[in-house]
Design a protein. Structure first.
Ligand SMILES: C[S@@+](CC[C@H](N)C(=O)[O-])C[C@H]1O[C@@H](n2cnc3c(N)ncnc32)[C@H](O)[C@@H]1O
Length: 290
């Protein structure tokens, strides 16, 4: 009994859960999580000074760079290249109404803003007050003041959109709160707090946020679901539950742009950092509301 309990919590529980889920790949994944994260430098389209960067990974995103400032704007936003790929797959059309449901600190929001070319309406939502302030700061550091009026920063629980704003948005990015195993593995405090119950609870929250995203979408609208978790409970299994319970209302969108990275899963794509030149961890899957 005692051993069983130990295997569902803390470092041993974490090890047991992920080694069972990933089998022989777990040790290389774990190694890659403890190595220094390979961050990428995404160019800020509206920066007017000289760009210092090299080694293009995907268009506009570089392996090496230097964040510099001109006037009030910064030159590059430092983020995982997989996050840029995810955000680029929402593909908001010109003039559309877009919701970034869990937006802070805002790396993906900046990608969405860039793609909207100053037209439409971009709602950046973030529940945590502190993180919402960080998001506000990021917007002010990267978006020219005269273009900020299409951006609306809000602080609601993402679940409220489906309840209160039905059929409102053309596109939703749901970059959901998740287990973030890379971070967990590198922080003893979080590793001690890890439990199988937590990944299950997060999967429940992710499912309800995804249902909210579907409700707040107009018919024909699209939601891009993503997490930085490697727990299948929080990735394909969330999608499987939506397809099972709401299959008549949604369809999978195939053929996402992966820029040569990533691996297919049952419903989506996962970017994993354990192979040479790899990026992630990040999972994405796109759904269309019929
Ligand atoms: C994975 S992070 C988002 C990262 C962000 N998209 C980016 O690219 O910079 C998830 C965010 O969701 C927020 N969050 C958690 N629960 C939420 C909820 N119920 N509604 C809205 N946001 C929530 C967290 O505070 C966190 O900032």
């Amino acid at each position: 009994m005692k051993n069983q309990a130990a295997a569902t919590k803390g470092p041993e529980g974490f090890e047991y859960f992920y080694s069972k889920m990933w089998g022989s790949r777990w040790s290389s994944l774990k190694d890659s999580f403890t190595k220094k994260e390979e961050k990428a430098y995404r160019r800020n389209k509206w920066f007017s000074g000289e760009f210092i960067d090299s080694g293009e990974l995907i268009p506009g995103v570089y392996a090496k760079g230097e964040v510099t400032e001109s006037k009030d704007l910064k030159s590059h936003y430092v983020m995982d290249a997989a996050s840029v790929i995810v955000a680029r797959n929402l593909k908001p059309t010109s003039g559309s109404k877009v919701l970034d449901m869990c937006a802070a600190p805002g790396g993906k929001s900046l990608v969405l803003f860039e793609e909207m070319e100053g037209k439409g309406h971009l709602v950046l939502n973030e529940l945590s007050r502190n993180r919402k302030e960080r998001l506000r700061r990021v917007v002010s550091e990267y978006v020219p003041q005269e273009m900020r009026d299409i951006i609306d920063i809000r602080g609601f629980d993402g679940n409220k959109y489906g309840l209160n704003l039905k059929d409102e948005f053309d596109f939703v990015l749901l970059d959901a709160p998740c287990s973030g195993e890379r971070h967990t593995l590198n922080d003893q405090k979080y590793l001690n707090m890890w439990s199988k119950k937590r990944t299950r609870n997060l999967a429940g929250l992710q499912y309800s946020l995804l249902c909210s995203a579907l409700l707040t979408l107009k018919s024909g609208g699209e939601v891009l679901y993503s997490t930085c978790s490697i727990s299948s409970l929080e990735n394909d299994e969330v999608i499987a539950k939506v397809l099972k319970k709401k299959g008549e209302q949604v369809e999978l969108v195939h053929d996402l742009d992966t820029f040569g990275f990533g691996e297919k899963t049952e419903y989506g794509t996962i970017f994993l950092p354990d192979k040479e030149g790899s990026i992630g961890p990040l999972y994405m899957c796109k759904l269309r509301k019929k």
